[in-house]
Design a protein around this ligand. Structure first.
Ligand code: FES
Length: 105
């Protein structure tokens, strides 16, 4: 069964949005019209990535950043490329877009 996660209007290009997913915090990033969604848990300590609401990216908006120790992750794959969890991955959430809403598959 599909679970509605959020409306497309909540996620601007180059931005991020958080939402609950199966009783866990989660978030999505929109880049070049594509949406990438992950469980909001840093592989380093298993805590949420952001300090400020919907603020998941580095200053350039190029990478996902953990606010606690600065780990950096590729938006497209969730792979940590810098920081204490280097080489580990955020847990991806497969999504489906139907009309103006985003659903978990
Ligand atoms: S908790 Fe994310 S880098 Fe340490």
């Amino acid at each position: 069964m599909s679970i509605k996660l959020f409306s497309l209007s909540a996620l601007p290009e180059g931005g991020a949005v958080s939402f609950p997913y199966k009783n866990q915090p989660a978030f999505a990033v929109k880049r070049d019209g594509e949406i990438f969604a992950y469980v909001n848990s840093c592989p380093h300590l298993g805590i949420p990535l952001e300090w400020q609401e919907n603020n998941f990216l580095d200053d350039d908006g190029e990478l996902i950043q953990c606010a606690t120790h600065g780990a950096l992750f590729l938006i497209e794959t969730g792979e940590c490329i810098s920081g204490p969890c280097n080489g580990e991955h955020l847990q991806p959430i497969n999504i489906n877009i139907i009309a103006q809403d985003v659903f978990a598959e």
